[in-house]
Each structure stands twice: as C-alpha cells, then as structure tokens.
Design a binder for this molecule. Structure first.
Ligand code: HAM
Length: 432
C-alpha cells in the first residue's frame, strides 16, 4: 500500500493553494488597514498554554495532538491561536492596546467530514488591553468586512453575551440544576455532555435534548449590570455600522475562556453541520490565567478552508490566474529556451517552456495548455538570424478568430518587447 496523507489532512495543490494564499493576503490587507500587525508564533506550545483554554472543552480534553519531545517536554500542536497569542503577550508585554493578526494551520483530532479536518487553516485577529465595547465592534466589523470582500453574501452573524465570569458561573450552576432534574429525558450523549460541561448542552442538535432545552434558564437573567450595558453598546455599535446580526441566547462557543461577547459567523451556503466559518469573542480572564496582569482581550478566527468552501458554494473568489505570459518553443535542442526563459523571468515575465527535446507540435500543444498569451519560437532560422518569432496564441486578444499573427523580434530586444506588449494588454484589459 502506498502512503496517503494522514486521515483528516490533505495536500492543497495549485491552483487551490494560490487561492488560499490570496485569501491570507486579502486578510492581511484588511487587518493592517485597521492597525493589526502580524504575529508568527510556534505551531506547538507547552501543553499548559492550551489547558488554560479549559479542560472541560472537547478541544482540550479530547482533540489535542500532544507528545513528549526528546527532552521530555510535554507539548501540544496548537488547536487554536488565541491561547498562543495570550502566552506571547505575557512573554513580551507589548504596549497596549496590542493588535495582532495571524494565519496558519491548526490541529484538532476531530472526526473528519466535509469542511472538518484534523489540520485546518485559520486567519484571525486579537485585540489585547481594552474592555471598551467599541473594541468588540471593531473586531466583529473586521471579520464581517473581510468575509463580504471575499464575495460572501449568505452570511449570518450571531451574537450573544455570556456575562462576566461570576454571571457565567451562576448561570452554569442554574443550568446544571435544571438539566439534572430532567436528565432522564436527555439523550445518552447529552447526559455525558451534562457531566462535563452543561453549557455545551445548549448547542446540542439532538431532538430529545432540544425538547428539554426549550424550558432551560436563559443567560439574560444572569447578566450583571455592566455586562448588560456592554452588550447593549456592542449591539448599538453594530447597528450604527449597518452590520446585520441575530441574537442567539444559546450561543456559548466551544472554548471556556469567553466572557461577555461571543459571536459566530455562519454561511447559509454551507451544509448545516459545518456552517460556522468563524467565531470569536471576549476573553478578559485569559491573560491573567496564563500568569500575566489582568488584561482584557477580544478577537476572532475564521476557518480559511470553510471560507473557501463557502466561496465555492456562492461561486465567488476564484483562484488567481496562473497562466504563463509566454511559452518558449525551442526546436534547436532546449538550451536556447533556458537562456530566453531565464532572461524573461528576470524581467518579471511569467515564462514557461518544455523539456526533453519534444517535437514542435508537442511543444505548441504544451504552449496552448499553459494558457500563455504568446508563443516564442526559436528554430534554426531564428537562431541564425539572432531573432525569435513571436506568435499570439489563439483565444487571446485580436487573434481570437483570425489566423494567429507571427512576427520576428530581435533576440536582444525580446524582453523589452514582451514587457511593452504586456503593459499594452493590461491597459486594454483595464479600459472601461
Ligand atoms: P473556533 O470556533 O474553535 O474558535 O474556530 C474558528 C473557526 O475555525 C470555526 O468557525 C471554523 O470555521 C474553523 N474550524 C474549527 N475547527 C475546524 C476543523 N476541524 N476543520 C475546519 N475548520 C475548522 C477559535 O479557534 C478561537 N480561537 C477564535 C477566537 C479568537 N476567539 C477569540 N479570539
């Protein structure tokens, strides 16, 4: 049996890899416009960093890739980046507010299915050092604006507030009491969730659990005054920006560090079970839990793989064109093609070529497949004359229907001539 990529992982080949990179570049531009700087942190951390995210969560208790290195350090591949950034904040103590964005692979030992992988990619942003509700609005607006820029229309923003730490704890106890009294009516997995974390029962999709949920206490009754005010200001801020949202009192999120604001972005173009393209919220206790000073924080992460699936479903954000500008067809043995192609590439021109001394016909076929606009032909005639022939390929520009035009260009002037043609073609393409 030949080896396969490990279950739940995949190779992302071109052009999809170029699309993923374009998504990251677009996110970087959006985040940097808002003053976020990139942080590149390790793919693995001491396990304690993630354990602080909440041992009651599946992400930490069941899904973490953990290992001991040869120096017997207990490490884990990062399942997310908020905890890593909080750790980096405690370690470096940058001036506040600290606004950071990131991208890269995350690792969770989940059951793989469409849109759910064991190695997946996120882009995200965190804002440390402010408990102003306007900071919550800023990060939500960043996530929203970016998704809209990708061309996603079927987006749903869902918001909730989990109250302060003590509100959340009182609510959790009240929920636990309620569910304990009706434990007999819950599904078997629902009872198991209740034992580990009653809050997580709120997003159970099982019909038995949902019936019990209908009468469960709601978080609103447990908010303290300042949490109520904070959430009111977040909602007004979103309204002022014209960002549509729904309130879902059952939105709790899968990580334990959230206080006050929690939100999720879902795509109606995706299958219901994996429709969350991103989520985030406020995590005011996290930095202190990692040994730093009390420092509030708010942020989000978006799943890049799922964003691209949503783009597929909506027919938007195609892979950037990978076509060559020029394809060098050399029937004199191939060494001349090496020289010309390198010269063109040095001038910033995308140049392809064939290998293995293929026939003229085979090389022209390859030129066609490459999507190049021009074929640059070098035969014995051209070589003797110190020239090349330039042929516009069918399907490009004026040559679309007519016989393709071919003309000679002096070998020494070929890079300058193609640059001139590219500039002219770009101007034509951008003309209104
Ligand atoms: P999360 O909700 O666990 O939050 O993940 C954010 C997004 O990552 C999800 O909405 C989803 O699109 C994507 N995602 C998660 N797991 C997978 C998977 N197995 N396969 C594919 N995509 C996946 C966080 O990670 C928090 N750190 C967000 C945050 C930042 N909160 C505050 N700041």
């Amino acid at each position: 049996m030949s080896p396969q990529a490990p279950r739940g992982t995949r190779d992302i080949l071109a052009p999809e890899s170029a699309r993923l990179r374009a998504l990251v570049e677009s996110f970087a531009a959006a985040a940097e416009l808002a003053g976020y700087g990139q942080v590149v942190s390790p793919m693995f951390e001491q396990i304690e960093v993630f354990q602080r995210v909440g041992e009651a969560t599946d992400i930490v208790s069941k899904e973490m890739y953990q290992f001991r290195d040869p120096g017997d350090r207990h490490l884990a591949l990062r399942p997310e980046l908020t905890a890593s950034l909080a750790r980096a904040f405690v370690q470096h103590r940058p001036p506040l507010p600290w606004k950071a964005w990131y991208e890269g692979p995350q690792f969770r030992y989940e059951k793989p299915q469409a849109g759910r992988f064991r190695q997946f990619h996120q882009v995200g942003a965190e804002l440390f050092g402010s408990d102003d509700p306007q900071a919550d609005v800023e990060v939500i607006a960043l996530a929203w604006r970016f998704c809209r820029r990708l061309g996603l229309g079927e987006l749903r923003l869902v918001v909730n507030s989990l109250g302060d730490r003590s509100d959340r704890e009182t609510y959790r106890a009240a929920l636990s009491d309620y569910f304990q009294r009706r434990a007999g009516e819950l599904s078997a997995p629902g009872r198991e969730t209740l034992r580990r974390n009653p809050l997580r029962l709120l997003d159970s999709r099982r019909p038995e659990d949902r019936a019990v949920l209908a009468g469960a206490p709601v978080i609103d009754d447990y908010w303290c005054e300042s949490a109520t005010e904070h959430f009111g200001a977040v909602r007004s801020g979103l309204e002022a920006l014209g960002i549509p949202f729904e309130r879902d009192p059952r939105l709790v999120r899968g990580l334990d560090y959230y206080r006050r604001t929690a939100f999720e972005l879902a795509s109606d173009a995706l299958d219901g079970a994996q429709d969350a393209v991103g989520g985030g919220g406020r995590y005011d206790g996290l930095v202190a839990d990692l040994g730093g000073p009390e420092t509030p924080g708010v942020g989000f992460a978006l799943g890049s793989d799922r964003l691209l699936l949503a783009c597929d479903a909506e027919g938007t954000f195609p892979a950037p064109a990978a076509a060559a500008d020029v394809f060098v067809v050399d029937t004199t043995g191939g060494a001349a093609a090496t020289l010309v192609a390198e010269e063109l590439r040095g001038a910033g021109i995308r140049a392809g070529r064939a290998f293995d001394g293929r026939s003229m016909k085979a090389q022209m076929k390859a030129a066609d497949r490459s999507g190049a606009r021009w074929a640059l032909l070098i035969g014995p005639d051209e070589q003797d004359a110190g020239e090349v022939s330039l042929r516009e390929m069918r399907g490009h520009g004026a040559a679309a229907s007519a016989e393709s035009v071919q003309r000679r260009v002096r070998r020494a002037e070929v890079a300058a001539e193609i640059t001139r043609l590219l500039v002219a073609a770009a101007a034509e393409g951008s003309a209104p």
